[in-house]
Design a binder for this molecule. Structure first.
Ligand code: ADP
Ligand code: MG
Length: 754
């Protein structure tokens, strides 16, 4: 431990108690008076030295970096609080400063009662007119107060007799709380309040009051106290390292310390609206730094991953060429471009990590098949992983058609393969006889041994987070080689979001549909026109077309969803007795699902009643009508996916969004987006704006996207610059990378061991 030379006026922390220093001297700030042999330490409250500092360890604050200063040096942080703070990842005083407020309360001015509005949180000062207990459904104490501009009621559900007695007529009080509409006048329920003595004046706060994100056992009072001390240290010159590169001069004109000071204690004249919108330069300064740290951590992860060896795949792939020759169509330019990107990745001896985005129906499967054949031509196995058994089966069917003529052996493996069937498949996989393996997530959980895995294709699994992607790849490791990874998604991720959520991946976009596709016409109808819609289904089916009827439920329960689909199928069968109706839902076993799907695919059934299990991957070109019940319950991206099941053939397709009235404003808006657009990217962007990144990316992913101050939607304009800065920091200021990540992300990132 370094012992700095102490000078008069320095502030010191003692890190260890010294026998001659009183117990209370531990962890507190002292000023130094004299030095002779040891140091005389004087507490702020005493005029005489409370002890002499001889052997203990101490440091002068102004030579001390806040990052190295444990949070336990702050007053009031004992073992219990320290443990709770540690639970939030807060260990140093710097961490306290970067624990930023969620929102603010304005206690900097007293509002006249005549000027308050419902929903506002305000400070008022008024005198009691009368207080009475009201016995209604719930006993409550009502205190009517007034000032010269109006009256208002304070309502208490919990109160003591003494409390009631204290509200004597004419007593003045100061309150803070939210104004609500009451039965007779505005009210504040359970305000914070204090009674004022006659002629007592109390000051209003001179800054806005921050409200911190917290956890059980840590009260706002504690946060206020801790941030106050941390800010004082900062003001006294403790070190907070500037980590942004000097080229970002515009941002740096907002010094870091000033920005933190402002956000923890905003001055009263600041615009709350600006703060809420994140528009204040101090916020932008910190938002930028946070996004940068996030970007750097992903970049770092990506670079570290790339150092691993992977099988180099030969760009010459006779099997892929054969498939191309056999296909009844030519690749679109976009498919070809993406395939080239994949090929050039796989020829490198480092694992590819590529995300292919392509709208529903853009032809991702064939691209995956060609990539698989490249790996297979070079003597490696490929795994294709699908999110559902239904989709795995579909893939098996279409890939079998393509690959069997080439003599490539396929095997599928899912949770429903048991006993002998399973053992046999496992054997084919481990012996290397199976070249292409298709299955669900279970593939990687069940101790499957691969012979020589070269490529993992993950279909429709954009919801996997970074760590899951890594874990999956690790499981495919063989002989020290990591397989290449190709992730395919039809859920278009708005560019800005992709840059944040997928900075560890390379991105390819199939931005073109195969020729001849006709956009699906969508109508939005109330379900009181259900009978008309059923007639429409009858007409379409009688003309030889096929239709989907999708039942949605908010409940996650498979059982309830299955029940709803069964009921609907039964009821539709009654009304449409001449039609053949099949049913698929998540509760059916693989064979049952497969039977229903293949009869529909073969045109033997007219109508397929389904839950959202058909959301991804199902491909039946003759189906040209889709009814979605209660579409207001689904996200736009999911609706777009579902709708993508039609419009795959040469016929004009239709989609009916059959909502249950009344529709809220937001739902109306969202369904209108579906009606007016068939562009997945546009739809996803709207979804992002209306519902936020959680809905677009899924909750797992957003766990990694939890920011302290940034908001990927609100701050999307910054992202391009952030990306640029990340590259610059990485190349020109590599020493800043670790501290930036530590400062903003800290323990949440586990890349160190990767
Ligand atoms: P998705 O991108 O949604 O996974 P698929 O791979 O299922 O789309 O392809 C949808 C349909 O388009 C399939 O029937 C597929 O055979 C066909 N297809 C793919 N590429 C082309 C192409 N270049 N030209 C014509 N049809 C194609
Ligand atoms: Mg697909």
């Amino acid at each position: 431990m370094r012992v700095p030379k102490l000078e008069l006026g320095n502030q010191v922390f003692c890190w260890r108690p010294s026998s001659s220093l009183g117990r209370d001297a531990e962890n507190s700030i002292r000023s130094v008076r004299r030095c002779h042999g040891g140091c005389a330490i004087i507490t702020p409250n005493h005029r005489k030295p409370t002890g002499y500092f001889k052997q203990g360890t101490f440091m002068a604050a102004n030579s001390q970096s806040l990052q190295e200063l444990p949070v336990t040096t702050l007053k009031g942080v004992g073992p219990r609080i320290a443990e709770r703070l540690a639970g939030l990842g807060i260990e140093s005083v710097q961490d306290i400063l970067f624990h930023l407020p969620l929102r603010y309360q304005d206690r900097t001015r007293v509002y006249p009662l005549g000027a308050v509005r419902p929903g506002e949180h305000v400070v008022i000062e008024a005198s009691v007119d009368h207080a009475q207990i009201r016995f209604g459904r719930r006993r409550s104490l009502l205190v009517q107060v007034s000032d010269s501009t109006g009256t208002l009621v304070l309502r208490f559900f919990y109160f003591s007799n003494a409390q009631k007695e204290s509200f004597r007529n004419g007593v003045r009080l100061r309150c803070f709380g939210e104004i609500r509409n009451g039965p007779a006048s505005y009210e504040i329920v359970h305000p914070e309040y204090s009674l004022l003595k006659e002629d007592q004046e109390i000051e209003v706060d001179d800054t806005l009051t921050p409200v911190y994100p917290s956890t059980e056992g840590l009260q706002q009072r504690t946060w206020l106290e801790l941030t106050k001390q941390a800010l004082a240290l900062l003001e006294n010159g403790a070190l907070l390292t500037e980590l942004l590169p000097p080229s970002l001069d515009l941002l740096l004109s907002q010094p870091l310390a000033g920005a933190l000071q402002l956000l923890h204690r905003p001055p009263p004249d600041i615009s709350l609206e600006d703060l809420l919108e994140g528009a204040h330069p101090a916020q932008q300064r910190l938002v930028f730094e946070e996004l940068l740290a996030h970007q750097l951590s992903l970049l770092q992860m990506r670079r570290q991953q790339r150092r691993h060896p992977a099988p180099a795949i030969d760009a010459q792939a006779p099997l892929a060429d054969q498939l191309l020759n056999n296909l009844p169509f030519c690749l679109t330019a976009a498919q070809q471009r993406v395939l080239d990107e994949i090929t050039s990745d796989m020829t490198l001896p480092h694992p590819m990590q590529r995300l292919v985005q392509g709208d529903v129906g853009s032809g991702k499967t064939v691209v995956a098949a060609l990539a698989a054949l490249q790996a297979i031509s070079s003597g490696y196995q490929t795994v294709i992983m699908a999110p559902t058994e239904l989709l795995a089966e579909q893939h098996l069917n279409s890939l079998q058609q393509w690959l069997q003529p080439l003599g490539v052996a396929l095997v599928s493996l899912s949770g429903s393969h048991k006993g002998k069937a399973r053992a046999q498949r496992l054997e084919q996989i481990s012996s290397g006889e199976a070249r292409l393996i298709i299955g669900t997530h279970a593939l990687f959980q069940s101790g499957v041994q691969f012979h020589s895995l070269g490529l993992v294709v993950i279909d429709e699994q954009h919801r996997f987070g970074v760590h899951q992607r890594l874990a999956l790849r690790q499981k495919g490791e063989a002989d020290g080689l990591l397989p290449h990874q190709l992730i395919m998604t039809a859920t278009p991720i708005p560019r800005t979001l992709a840059m944040t959520a997928y900075a560890d991946l390379d991105l390819s976009v199939i931005d073109e549909l195969p020729p001849g596709r006709i956009p699906v016409t969508t109508v939005v109808l109330s379900d009181n026109r259900r009978d008309e819609v059923i007639e429409r289904v009858r007409d379409a089916c009688q003309q030889g077309r096929q239709a989907y009827w999708v039942c949605t439920l908010i409940e996650e329960s498979d059982a309830l969803q299955a029940q709803a689909a069964e009921d609907t199928a039964q009821q539709l069968q009654q009304q449409l007795s001449q039609l053949k109706i099949a049913l698929v839902h998540g509760r059916m076993n693989a064979t049952q699902k497969e039977t229903a799907m293949s009869s529909f695919k073969a045109g033997e059934t007219n109508l397929l009643v389904a839950t959202t299990v058909i959301e991804v991957g199902v491909d039946v070109p003759n189906a040209s009508l889709m009814i979605i019940e209660n579409p207001e319950r689904l996200g736009l991206a999911q609706l777009h996916q579902l709708r993508g099941r039609v419009g795959r053939g040469s016929e004009q397709s239709h989609c009916v969004l059959l909502y249950h009235p009344p529709l809220g404003q937001q739902s109306r808006q969202r369904l209108a987006v579906m009606r007016d657009s068939s562009d997945g990217f546009k739809i996803a962007q709207k979804d992002l704006e209306i519902r936020g990144p959680g809905e677009v990316l899924g909750t797992r992913q957003t766990g990694e996207l939890q920011f302290r101050i940034a908001d990927v939607v609100r701050d999307q304009e910054l992202l391009a610059r952030v990306q640029h800065a990340a590259t610059e920091v990485h190349t020109k200021h590599p020493q800043a990378v670790a501290p930036l990540i530590q400062r903003w992300i800290g323990h949440k990132v586990q890349y160190r061991g990767v």
